[in-house]
Design a protein around this ligand. Structure first.
Ligand SMILES: C[S@@+](CC[C@H](N)C(=O)[O-])C[C@H]1O[C@@H](n2cnc3c(N)ncnc32)[C@H](O)[C@@H]1O
Length: 218
């Protein structure tokens, strides 16, 4: 059960207070930085952080190239769920895209792949059944992923399918789990020609998984 803390503004949940204070127990900056350092070794990269918070990861990224950072409450204040559409319209390209929001990132998919031809993405994905049991977000999950309470395998196979929507091959490099509540996924992205697409498509058995997802609408 969620505990509450009294503040001058009234009563807020401890979780909200920790979020507001950018507590490490919610944001896990060390593990995130370690994962970034392990997979990003190149320099001169073009990097975008859509949920940069107070910049826990920004300094790490800056060692690898130019970093654009956005957050609704900090620094360059933007609503990233809208901003990324503008970036697509502007035909921007990045080598690293970081999606580290509090909620679910599904609204970015599949079109976020238009912003990356070759590179890496770091994606934070909360576990629905731990964080929001019996919640309307189940419906979003059913619509986007074809399942109400996805496992990490459902999430990663959806990332692969969404990549394919824009001719991007997605390789799952690493998944870490925080407090058994949140997954942080590192993927490698490579734009491929439609000719090569067929081979990847068959290898991954995507036809089967996409058919399974579509079955819910029949
Ligand atoms: C998990 S924290 C980010 C943590 C940051 N990457 C770090 O490691 O410290 C999520 C951030 O998303 C921001 N945020 C929430 N909704 C947003 C939105 N629609 N657009 C941009 N940022 C948003 C919050 O202000 C918060 O700083």
């Amino acid at each position: 059960m969620r505990s509450n803390t009294n503040t001058n503004n009234g009563t807020i949940s401890t979780n909200k207070k920790r979020k507001r204070e950018y507590s490490d127990s919610i944001h896990h900056p060390q593990q995130k930085r370690k994962q970034i350092k392990k997979y990003i070794t190149e320099k001169d990269l073009n990097i975008i952080e859509y949920f940069s918070g107070e910049g826990n990861l920004t300094e790490t990224y800056k060692r690898h190239g130019n970093v654009e950072s956005f957050d609704i409450d900090n620094g360059n204040k933007e609503d990233s769920f809208l901003l990324f559409h503008k970036h697509i319209y502007e035909k921007k390209k990045y080598n690293v895209i970081d999606l580290d929001g509090y909620g679910f990132p599904f609204k970015f998919f599949p079109d976020i792949f238009l912003l990356i031809d070759t590179g890496w993405m770091f994606i934070t994905w909360p576990k629905l059944y731990v964080n929001y049991p019996q919640n309307y977000r189940k419906i979003n999950h059913q619509c986007y992923l074809g399942i109400e309470n996805p496992s990490i395998d459902n999430v990663t196979s959806s990332l692969k399918s969404w990549g394919m929507c824009h001719w991007r091959e997605v390789e799952i490099l690493n998944v870490i789990e925080f407090n058994r509540r949140i997954w942080r996924v590192c993927i490698k992205v490579e734009k491929i020609s439609p000719n090569k697409f067929n081979k990847v498509y068959e290898r991954e058995g995507l036809l089967k998984s996409i058919n399974n997802q579509l079955a819910i609408f029949r």
